[in-house]
Design a protein around this ligand. Structure first.
Ligand code: NI
Length: 163
């Protein structure tokens, strides 16, 4: 089921999301809905607060199949990269954000099993961007120089920039 994407500056996007205690059928349904909503948008990543659920669930899809991480934790960061980012909750906004080039993320998969994801390049940026959403941060909070924030017509949104 498609969910409504919450737009900045809605308060849910500024709140620290709560950990998932148990992977229930509701959580699995939320993951399915988030993947459907992300793909329809289209986008390459989505965090639960963006659909109004202040819990620690993220999804991503860089074209190699959707992944979901429950209670994601970045346990290792290395290197630096600066990609131009967008966000489904901030339509028409783009900015270059410096983040780690390589991350290792742990958490649970949709079956409740422990999972470790090693990511670089675009997926590394997406995972950091989505974990930020769980902390109540959006990409503009990560931009050192506000003059780098670009406002582009939403019609020109590109898939890889919307996370
Ligand atoms: Ni986002």
């Amino acid at each position: 089921m498609l969910r409504k994407i919450i737009r900045f500056p809605h308060p849910v996007l500024k709140k620290k999301a709560k950990a998932v205690k148990r992977v229930t059928t509701e959580i699995v349904r939320l993951i399915d809905d988030m993947i459907e909503t992300m793909q329809k948008a289209p986008g390459v990543g989505l965090a639960a607060p963006q659909v109004g659920e202040s819990i620690r669930v993220i999804v991503a899809d860089i074209g190699t199949g959707a992944i979901a991480v429950i209670n994601p934790k970045i346990i290792k960061k290395s290197g630096k990269q600066c990609l131009n980012e967008g966000c489904l909750s901030l339509p028409g906004v783009e900015a270059p954000v410096e983040r780690a080039a390589h991350v290792i993320v742990t958490g649970l998969d949709r079956t409740g099993k422990k999972a470790t994801i090693e990511a670089k390049e675009l997926l590394a940026t997406i995972l950091q961007h989505e974990v930020d959403h769980l902390e109540g941060l959006v990409l503009v909070d990560r931009v050192s120089d506000p003059s780098l924030i670009k406002h582009v017509p939403p019609a020109s949104e590109k898939k890889e920039e919307l996370i």
